[in-house]
Design a binder for this molecule. Structure first.
Ligand code: NDP
Length: 476
């Protein structure tokens, strides 16, 4: 074989990844279940580099240098299993199969186990950045063995996005670690989008500002600490005018958010691990609420608001308050996401370097942002930091905005503006910093009705009170 890397599955994503490899000077073996996609790739883009097309899986595998590196980029789920089953009989010990699709991490753990038992390396790799990222440089999150990364890593690092010359690709950890990190990335993306949407709504309802005016505010914000791809495109979207009606585009879009399911996976896993990822959960539920047409119709005009209109007098001060509240809420959402990565890393023995994850999200992906440098720095200062929010920089930045954050959340509540992500992030902030929580009462209740026992503040041990008897306390 002569090809250094192969790609099977040549729909939008696979085609663009193959072109990215070829444009970077790699000889790329290409294959697709149906021949037309392979033929059209070579016909349309053959001049961009060296492609070695094959019609059969046998020829495709034979065209690769050993150890073979095959990137599978097909529909996630059963299709991925079907393609792996077809490939494996032709592969030999030490060959590497990379699943670059959007697999759910437990599937990746299962596939890695099965292939390892056959002497093959299986690399479940998160790839972020959509079609454009795949072609011009995605953020790549590969899992699997360190041994496979030694030969595969340099190729992936070559095609990944670069920020300050540093590739947005690094080894993540064993088996499902890469797809797990990609999943949390998507969950954080949900939270970030919801927070931006709430900020937009606050500016709209508080100031009565037009979409275009709010777009200008976001464009201004994009020159500071909030600078990010999502803020940038928000400014752009808000200034876009609908050609058919002449209205602001955002005003003619139906207000029902859809989802493909990665937010749901992230929230389900947060529950499994017992990590409070309230920002991601509220964002996922906010999409569900928006899509609950029957419930919204039943409520509209029936549930009283009992509010007065929001009449903001100092426009600039209000805009700055919203900006500070957005930044603080965003820090909470990211802090929670990194907690989830830490918990999974511990649970599955993945040893994930969180600072490195923030580094490879700086380019190529949807949540790319200036702010990620700060996260990398925080984990460089303290690799085992128990709470990102408590890092000296973030504690300072959020502390600086906390009064503004309270004004905004209180104002939203008083004037009936729904801010689930802003509000729950502030509640998290107050919960996690509290000297004493009402959890003590929960424990007492649990002991009362279920003899679940409790611990005391003044001595070690577990205790139970005989609630239905003489109420003496026993060692449990
Ligand atoms: P699709 O998810 O639409 O999948 C189409 C490809 O899968 C085609 O090449 C198709 O072959 C192949 N395929 C489907 N079923 C089978 C099967 N049973 N056996 C063999 N091949 C099969 O392609 P996309 O390019 O949109 O996405 C590819 C992957 O990337 C997915 O996992 C998706 O979730 C992920 N993705 C990631 C994005 C990102 O930003 N990271 C964005 C979009 C997608 P055929 O041509 O013969 O039908």
């Amino acid at each position: 074989g002569i090809a250094q890397i192969g790609v099977t599955g040549l729909a939008v994503m696979g085609r663009n990844l193959a072109r990215n490899f070829a444009r970077n000077g790699f000889t790329v073996a290409v294959h697709n279940r149906s021949w037309e996609k392979t033929a059209s790739l070579v016909a349309e883009h053959g001049d961009e580099g060296t492609f070695v097309p094959s019609e059969s899986v046998a020829d495709f595998v034979a065209s690769l240098e050993r150890p073979r590196k095959v990137v599978v980029m097909v529909k996630a789920g059963a299709a991925t299993d079907a393609v792996i089953d077809e490939l494996v009989p032709f592969l030999e010990e030490g060959d590497i199969v990379v699943d670059a699709g959007n697999a759910h991490f437990p599937d990746t753990v299962r596939r890695e186990n099965a292939l390892r038992a056959q002497g093959l390396h299986f690399v479940g790799s998160g790839v972020s950045g959509g079609e454009e990222g795949a072609l011009l440089g995605p953020s790549i999150m590969p899992g699997g063995t360190r041994e496979s990364y030694a030969s595969l890593g340099p190729i992936l690092e070559t095609i990944a996005a670069k920020v300050d010359g540093v590739p947005c690709c690094t080894y993540v950890g064993p088996d499902g670690a890469g797809h797990f990190v990609k999943m949390v990335h998507n969950g954080i993306e949900y939270a970030d989008m919801q927070l931006i949407a709430e900020a937009y709504d606050l500016l709209k309802q508080g100031l009565g500002a037009s979409a275009a005016e709010i777009g200008e505010i976001f464009a201004e914000w994009n020159t500071g600490d909030l600078e990010s791809f999502l803020i940038e495109i928000t400014a752009d979207v808000l200034q876009h005018v609908d050609a058919a009606t002449g209205s602001a585009f955002v005003d003619v879009v139906l207000d029902q958010a859809e989802q493909k399911g990665t937010g749901r996976w992230t929230v389900q896993n947060g529950l499994d691990l017992g990590v409070p990822i309230t920002g991601i959960a509220e964002a996922t539920f906010a999409r569900a609420l928006s899509g609950g047409v029957a419930q919204r119709e039943a409520a509209r005009g029936v549930l009283p608001a009992a509010t007065t209109p929001w009449e903001v007098t100092d426009r600039d001060a209000f805009v700055e308050d919203v900006r500070l509240a957005l930044y603080a809420s965003k820090v909470v959402a990211y802090s929670q996401g990194f907690d989830q990565i830490a918990a999974a890393s511990e649970q599955f023995g993945w040893d994930i370097d969180r600072g490195a994850m923030a580094r490879i999200w700086r380019g190529g992906c949807i949540i790319r942002a200036r702010f990620l440098n700060r996260i990398t720095e925080a984990y460089e200062r303290a690799p085992h930091l128990p709470l990102l929010l408590a890092d000296e920089y973030f504690a300072g930045a959020v502390g600086n905005g906390v009064a503004a954050w309270r004004r905004i959340v209180a104002g939203a509540a008083l004037h009936g503006v729904p801010t689930p992500a802003f509000s729950s992030s502030l509640a998290y902030y107050d919960g996690v910093r509290a000297e004493r929580l009402p959890a003590a009462l929960i424990q007492a209740q649990r002991d009362f009705f279920g003899a679940h026992t409790y611990r005391r503040t003044d001595r070690d041990g577990s205790f139970h009170t005989l609630w239905s008897g003489d109420r003496t306390e026993q060692d449990a």
